[in-house]
Design a protein around this ligand. Structure first.
Ligand code: NAP
Ligand code: GCO
Length: 263
């Protein structure tokens, strides 16, 4: 079905040097899109481009902090000049800090919200005007289980990802008439550098307690992999989802539907 093809489309995936962003950028490339990625650090961008090249994928890389509006506007202008107007934006860049809320500094809280919520606002604001002129656009915000649930130590992250869910719904509401669809992907617990601390083996070689906990809370009884997000991302980036708008697609192995394995 050509509905799932992205030939002729330009996609920007933020923070895609590795992890979930890398997998999503790879999937969009395999579907025919021309890919741009960014990271804050030049060496991170370089490593990412080398990895994509090793996978046979030609990607354009940019050093850009998504919280810096001037940086973002410069990057978007360069992409439009060097590749073309952005048809697909995946707001993937994000961080987490796992600190009990009463011990978290205001600066730490602000940093997480700045990157995970203000960043998607800044980059979306930069790409929407030319999506309107072009008559179409796809924005995919990478949300989280924490867009729906809380847990100890992730107050800033949950607040940001909850806000990102509502920003997704608001972009849908405000720009749907311009044939711009804005949806979210809510990954479950995915094995990437961001969750590595939650999966580290204990000194005696036993699984991390959180690892066992997540397995017990996931009907699929496994951690997700970045590859599990490839198909959902292509669907939401393609014409196959032109009447899907304001939706958060949870790719979580069933966590949100499940009370947890009985003892
Ligand atoms: P990751 O391995 O930590 O990668 C995050 C990427 O974002 C890095 O490449 C990082 O690159 C980039 N980044 C961070 N701050 C940035 C900034 N200010 N400007 C530009 N780039 C920035 O994380 P991941 O696990 O792949 O997660 C990717 C996204 O999925 C995040 O939004 C995360 O919250 C979300 N998510 C993850 C999981 C999971 O279980 N792993 C589940 C649900 C949602 P630099 O530091 O080099 O800039
Ligand atoms: C955590 C994890 C989660 C995942 C993801 C779940 O500490 O609970 O890092 O937040 O990153 O967001 O969807």
């Amino acid at each position: 079905m050509t509905q799932f093809r992205l030939d002729g489309k330009v996609a920007l995936v933020t923070g895609a040097s590795h992890g979930i962003g890398y997998a999503i950028a790879s999937a969009l490339a395999e579907a025919g899109a021309t890919i741009a990625i960014n990271s804050r650090k030049e060496d991170s961008v370089k490593r990412g481009l080398e990895a994509f090249k090793a996978d046979g994928i030609n990607v354009h890389g940019y050093v850009c902090d998504v919280t810096n509006e001037d940086d973002v506007n410069t990057m978007v202008t360069r992409i439009e000049k060097e590749i073309g107007v952005i048809d697909i934006l995946v707001n993937n860049a994000g961080i987490i800090k796992r600190i009990p809320m009463h011990e978290m500094t205001v600066a730490e809280f602000r940093e997480v919200v700045d990157i995970d919520l203000n960043g998607p606002f800044i980059v979306s604001k930069a790409v929407i005007p030319n999506m309107i002129k072009k008559g179409h656009g796809k924005i995919i915000n990478i949300c989280s289980m924490m867009s729906e649930l809380g847990r100890e130590t992730v107050s800033a992250y949950a607040a940001a990802k909850g806000g990102l869910k509502m920003l997704t719904k608001n972009i849908c509401s405000e720009y749907g008439e311009h044939n711009i669809q804005c949806n979210g992907i809510g990954p479950g617990y995915i094995a990437t550098p961001q969750t590595a601390p939650l999966r580290e083996k204990q000194p005696d070689g036993s699984p991390h307690p959180f690892d066992s906990f997540i397995i017990s809370k996931t009907p699929a009884a496994r951690w997700g992999t970045p590859e599990d997000l490839k198909g959902p991302a292509v669907f939401l980036a393609s014409e196959a989802s032109n009447f899907v708008n304001g939706h958060i697609l949870y790719v979580d192995g069933g966590i949100l539907a499940y009370i947890g394995k009985q003892p």
